[in-house]
Design a protein around this ligand. Structure first.
Ligand code: ADP
Ligand code: MG
Length: 349
């Protein structure tokens, strides 16, 4: 068990800057997720922590000790990859025990550890199975078991579920969460999938273009994004330029009461998530709000996404209000506490 601190990390490939000014602290026993689109530099950061490549600058600290110059096997870090990468000529139990054997653990000790991990990863009874006779999900569980059995100070997982189908992925997420909360291994879980990151992480870091954009709780990033780009990454929509004046945001949509406190008089961008806008069908039923007309809809199962033309502005709404028809007159209500006014708007000042 150990804390992991990445301090002012910079990583270059030849002359290409891939990661810059990266700082992240993960507490002992914590489950953190590193989220970012493909090419953001996620794998690069994991490789640096694992010791598979050397950072250009910065420090990697495990339990407060700099490990930059230690070889991978001395770091007490284990990495699980997207592909299980199992030894094909060994059975499941031998695959799991391999690391323990390399470390010099005796056979009795290996047997106890392997049988406990088989149970934990729900692979009981499969110890003697050849790995090619396993399903994709089982293979990934063996890869996970092989890492867990070493009880590393830090566990790194690089998009471990992206090769699995949707139902299996959900099951594996639950399994990883329950094992992690039982073993309390400090874990850095990498994914490009925002909903996966939100559900898995106690602490979440968003990486865009090799730079940390925001770190915090999943709720912080989802409900309190630092800037419009972070909001957009989490499926936000509806960005309005305007001016904050005494608790009211004045923009092209009109005067929207907000609960934002700072930034009076300055040009700001405000946003509201599509599901936070309340849509009512009957104008007489609930007074106030903004009148608009449905111009486009998309059925998404549990909700319908609708684009509402309000005067010159189009507003995107996610609603469970029933079926909408094109041209239908609706009203939109913007709860003040759901409108986020970004603290800075450099482009317009
Ligand atoms: N061995 C390498 N040599 C040069 N560039 C690389 C190498 N590996 C990755 N890159 C580049 O570094 C960037 C980040 O890659 P990577 O860390 O794999 O991103 P992610 O895991 O977030 O998809 C990409 O632009 C990629 O093309
Ligand atoms: Mg990657």
């Amino acid at each position: 068990m150990g804390s992991l601190v990445l301090k002012d990390l910079a990583i270059h490939y030849d002359r290409q800057v891939v990661v810059e000014d990266f700082n992240l602290a993960i507490g002992e026993g914590e489950m953190a997720a590193l989220l970012g689109p493909s090419g953001a530099g996620k794998t690069t950061i994991l490789k640096a922590v694992a010791g598979l490549l050397a950072p250009t600058r910065g420090d990697i600290l495990i339990d407060g000790r700099a490990v930059n110059t230690l070889p991978p096997e001395k770091r007490d870090v284990v990495m699980v990859f997207q592909k299980p990468l199992l030894f094909p000529f060994m059975n499941v139990a031998q695959n799991i025990a391999f690391g323990l054997k390399m470390r010099g653990d005796g056979s009795e000790r290996r047997r106890t550890a392997v049988s406990r991990i088989l149970e934990l990863t729900r692979l009981e009874g499969l110890g003697g199975r050849k790995v090619h006779a396993l399903s994709g999900g089982q293979q990934q569980r063996v890869a996970l078991a092989r890492a867990l059995v070493l009880e590393p100070a830090v566990l790194l997982m690089d998009e471990p579920l992206s090769n699995l189908d949707a139902n299996l992925r959900q099951e594996m997420r639950e399994l990883i969460l329950s094992i992690q909360s039982e073993l309390k291994i400090t874990t850095l879980f990498v994914t490009h999938d925002q909903s996966e990151a939100l559900m898995m992480a106690q602490r979440l870091a968003l990486l865009l273009g090799g730079r940390l954009r925001q770190a915090g709780t999943p709720q912080d990033l989802f409900h309190r994004p630092a800037d419009p780009e972070v909001a957009r990454f989490f499926g936000g929509g509806n960005f309005f330029k305007g001016r904050l004046q005494g608790g009211v945001f004045e923009c092209a949509l009109g005067r929207l009461p907000v609960s934002a406190a700072s930034g009076n008089g300055h040009v700001r961008t405000a946003t509201i998530r599509p599901e936070d806008i309340q849509l009512t069908l009957d104008a007489a039923g609930r007074p106030g709000g903004l009148a608009g007309r449905v111009v486009r809809t998309r059925f998404e199962g549990t909700a319908t996404r609708a684009w509402i033309e309000c005067d010159v502005h189009e507003v995107m709404v996610l609603t469970a209000a029933g079926e909408l028809t094109l041209g239908q007159e609706v009203r939109l209500h913007f709860p003040p506490e759901k409108i986020r006014v970004f603290p800075e708007d450099k482009a317009s000042e």
